[in-house]
Every structure is written in structure tokens, then in C-alpha cells.
Design a protein around this ligand. Structure first.
Ligand code: HEM
Length: 420
């Protein structure tokens, strides 16, 4: 197939940026560039400390600022002087995440009521029944992959239920999620771009079909309400906004939670005293989730563009400049967390982490993620107190979403608990 002019421009831009990052990271050892390379994917935490030593707001070779300061991240994320830099005519594929007010406010108002901490506990019985099913199916006499057998199917089942997607195929959605998730940190190649386009097209097909079903037969689920809002006289959601909104809710609904479960189990098994404490006191599950979110968050960074000439904690930032807020670095800020590199499930202020971001884009799904992760981790700790790693873990592609693609674990046979 011949390559068109647009593709050539795309490839030049893509490889130009990659070359700049590689040169700055490998040759100049610039920490902000190293975050985007293999070193950042494997272990970003020492790199955050290098950035912290350089100052509050550190210029990056890619023309931005980076910060690992909890106070600076908080200020940037909450300030109305910063936005995502929504541009007219862009396809806004990430819906809310790509939008500034007033479009952001309009769409957020439509979906937020479904995810409040008042509504979400009603999902506990559904979460428990998915967990019971998954636990029953786990092999007892051989290693299994914690990600594909346990951590991924749970949030996929829950979010597809909540949205109202019938007969969801967990494996297919996991694949779409991984493609979307890896693309958030930047497209890696032309093949990667093609995969992403195929995923977007497939999800659009799935959602368009459900929209049509809901038009013919209205139903009181989230997709049903989105369709009704589009048909109402105020048109609270425009037709072209519907697929991106549902895609975001779907992907954000499981791509992150799967990694919260995986990362927290890894942290627990790597700290046997903390794992023992948790298996002895499973009621600590909510605290384990907060410390898991703080210690190794699934979303490592986000960023905002200055909409006007402004300041961050007294440092000037010019209009149009971008500040990369390293959430994983902010969570290890010694100004907020004592001995921040220590994984401590009894930490009293773990909940001050920025893993769900802050300000108007604060994660809509935080109560759901907390419920699912807390119940999943409690189940693992009570059913498999002797759980242990069993082989080579494979990290996901990309450094923005942090987690494992494969995490083999096993339960020593002699010490398994009886599960009916
Ligand atoms: C551990 C799990 C999760 C983590 C770590 C997480 C993290 C985040 C972060 C960091 C943001 C904001 C990004 C930014 O400021 O640029 C965000 C936004 C969002 N999250 Fe989550 N998320 C999780 C689970 C969920 C779940 C279960 C849902 C369910 C639908 C969800 C839906 C969303 C949506 C819709 C937004 C966009 C909000 C807006 O722009 O107004 N997330 N999430």
C-alpha cells in the first residue's frame, strides 16, 4: 500500500519526537526525558527524585515544565488558569479528558451522578458475585496469571454492566483497553496508530448498535440516559460526543483498576510484613487501597496547559506552556508523606495521594475503583494468604499507565485454604 503525504508527515513527527527524547534521555541523561524511555517504564521513582533535586518546576528538553512537587501538582490541577487546551475542530476522542469548560461541565454533569460515593456501594453485591466466580475458576495446583485471571475480568464485568453493554467479551475488551492505554502515553509507530484506529472503529460500532437499541427501547442504564439526553430538547450531549464519552467511561473504567489491583498485590508480596499484617487483618483493605494508590499509581502523570500568563507557587509559566504533573512523583513528596519510599498499609495520610488527579478532571470513577479494589484485595488476602510470585512478570508497554501485563502467582499446594 502506498504511503500518503499525511502519513509521511505523521511518521516524521513521530520519529522526530522519539529521536529528541532518546537523545535527551540516553545522551544528555535528562530525567524528564528518561521518564518516557525504558528506564521510566521499569522504575520511574528514582527518576522522580532526580527531578525533585533539580527544583520545583523543571524545564524539560521537549519545551515543557515538569513537577514532582505535591503542592505544585495540586495547584496546577486545581487552577482555573490551566486547562487541557481544548481546540476547535479536534476530534476530542478522550471526551471529558480533552475538554475544558463549558463543554467539560456539561458532559461531566450528565455522567457524574452515576458514580457518586452514595450510589456506588449498591454495586457491592455485583462485585462480590463476580469475585466469587473468578475465585472458583482459579487453578489450585498450578501458577496462574493474576492479571488475566483475576484483576482484569472484574472491572471489565462491572463497567460493562454499569454502562449496559450486553454479553461483553472480556478478552476483546481487555485488548481494546490495552491498545487505548498504551496510546495515552503517545503513539509508538505507524502500526500502533493503525491498531488504535481499528480499536476505535470497533468500539464505535459496538456503541452505535447499543444507542440504536436504546432509541427503540429506552432503558434506565447509563447508555440509556446518554441517549435520552441527546434526544432531549436541551441536547445535553451532541451526537458526535456520544461514542467518545462512552469509550472513555469504558476504558477508564477498567484499564486503571486492573493495574491498581496488580500493583498493590505486587507491593504487598514484595513487603512480606505488610502482606502478613493484611492477611491477619483483612479489614485493613480500604487502607491498603489508599497506600497502593499512593505507592505505585496506575496513572503516573498528566498535565495542563497555561491558558494565560500565570504562576505556579510563584514561578512564572507563560500562556501556552505545558506543565507535566508527575502524580507518581507527587505521591512520594517528603513534604507530605513521611519516609515516602516505604510501603506502609497503616500510613495515616495515604489518602492525600494525587492518583485520581485533582480539580475539575478529578477521576469520576474514584468511588467505583476504590470499591472494586478493596473487595478484590480483601478476597485475595482471605482466600490465598500463602500467595506468592511464580515466575517472570511482564510490564505493560508505555510509561504513562503503569502496571503488569502478566503477573504469574501461585499458592503452595499443601497450604491452600478449602474453597467450595
Ligand atoms: C484505580 C483506578 C483509577 C485511577 C488511578 C484513575 C485515574 C484517573 C485520573 C488520574 C484522571 C484524571 C486525569 C487528568 O487529570 O488529566 C481520571 C479521570 C477520569 N476517570 Fe479515572 N481512574 C481510575 C478508575 C476509573 C474508573 C473505575 C472510572 C469509571 C468510569 C474512571 C473514569 C474516569 C473519567 C470519566 C475521567 C475523566 C474525568 C474528567 O475529565 O472530568 N476512572 N482518572
Amino acid at each position: 500500500m502506498a504511503i500518503g503525504r499525511q502519513q509521511v508527515a505523521f511518521i516524521r513527527e513521530l520519529y522526530g519526537t522519539r529521536l529528541r527524547v532518546a537523545y535527551q534521555g540516553h545522551v544528555r541523561r535528562n530525567p524528564a526525558a528518561r521518564l518516557l524511555l525504558e528506564a521510566g517504564r521499569q522504575d520511574p521513582y528514582p527518576i522522580y527524585e532526580q527531578i525533585r533535586r533539580r527544583g520545583l518546576l523543571v524545564p524539560t528538553p521537549l519545551g515543557n515544565h515538569a513537577t514532582v512537587s505535591h503542592a505544585a501538582c495540586n495547584e496546577v490541577l486545581r487552577s482555573r488558569n490551566f486547562g487541557v487546551g481544548q481546540t476547535e475542530g479536534r476530534d476530542n476522542q478522550l471526551s471529558l479528558l480533552d475538554l475544558d469548560p463549558p463543554d467539560h461541565t456539561r458532559l461531566r454533569r450528565l455522567v457524574a451522578p452515576d458514580f457518586t460515593s452514595r450510589r456506588i456501594p449498591a454495586f457491592a453485591p455485583r462485585v462480590q458475585s463476580v469475585l466469587d466466580d473468578l475465585i472458583k475458576k482459579l487453578p489450585r495446583d498450578e501458577p496462574f496469571d493474576l492479571v488475566s485471571s483475576f484483576a482484569a475480568p472484574l472491572p471489565i464485568a462491572v463497567i460493562t454492566d454499569l454502562l449496559g453493554i450486553p454479553d461483553a467479551n472480556a478478552e476483546e475488551f481487555a485488548m481494546h483497553g490495552a491498545r487505548f492505554g498504551s496510546a495515552l502515553g503517545g503513539i509508538q509507530s505507524l502500526a500502533h496508530a493503525r491498531e488504535l484506529m481499528a480499536t476505535r472503529a470497533r468500539l464505535a460500532e459496538i456503541f452505535t448498535e447499543i444507542f440504536e437499541l436504546r432509541r427503540q427501547e429506552p432503558k434506565d442504564d447509563l447508555i440509556g440516559r446518554i441517549v435520552a439526553a441527546n434526544q432531549s430538547s436541551t441536547e445535553a450531549v451532541r451526537p458526535e460526543e456520544m461514542v467518545p464519552l462512552c469509550t472513555l467511561l469504558l476504558i477508564a473504567g477498567f484499564e486503571t483498576t486492573v493495574n491498581l489491583i496488580g500493583n498493590t498485590v505486587l507491593a504487598l508480596l514484595s513487603h512480606p510484613d505488610q502482606w502478613r499484617l493484611f492477611t491477619e487483618q483483612p479489614e485493613l483493605a480500604d487502607k491498603v487501597v489508599e497506600e497502593g494508590l499512593r505507592y505505585d499509581p496506575p496513572v503516573q502523570r498528566t498535565g495542563r496547559m497555561a491558558m494565560v500568563d500565570t504562576e505556579v507557587l510563584g514561578r512564572p509559566v507563560a500562556r501556552g506552556e505545558f506543565v507535566m504533573t508527575a502524580l507518581g512523583g507527587a505521591n512520594r513528596d517528603p513534604a507530605v508523606f513521611t519516609d515516602p519510599g516505604r510501603f506502609d498499609i497503616t500510613r495515616s495520610n495515604a489518602g492525600e495521594h494525587l492518583s485520581f488527579s485533582g480539580g475539575i478532571h478529578y477521576c469520576v470513577g474514584a468511588p467505583l475503583a476504590r470499591l472494586e479494589a478493596s473487595m478484590a484485595l480483601r478476597t485475595i488476602a482471605t482466600e490465598f494468604p500463602d500467595l506468592q510470585p511464580a515466575g517472570k512478570r511482564v510490564r505493560r508497554a508505555g510509561s504513562l499507565i503503569r502496571g503488569m501485563q502478566h503477573f504469574p502467582v501461585s499458592v503452595p499446594r499443601a497450604r491452600q485454604t478449602t474453597i467450595v
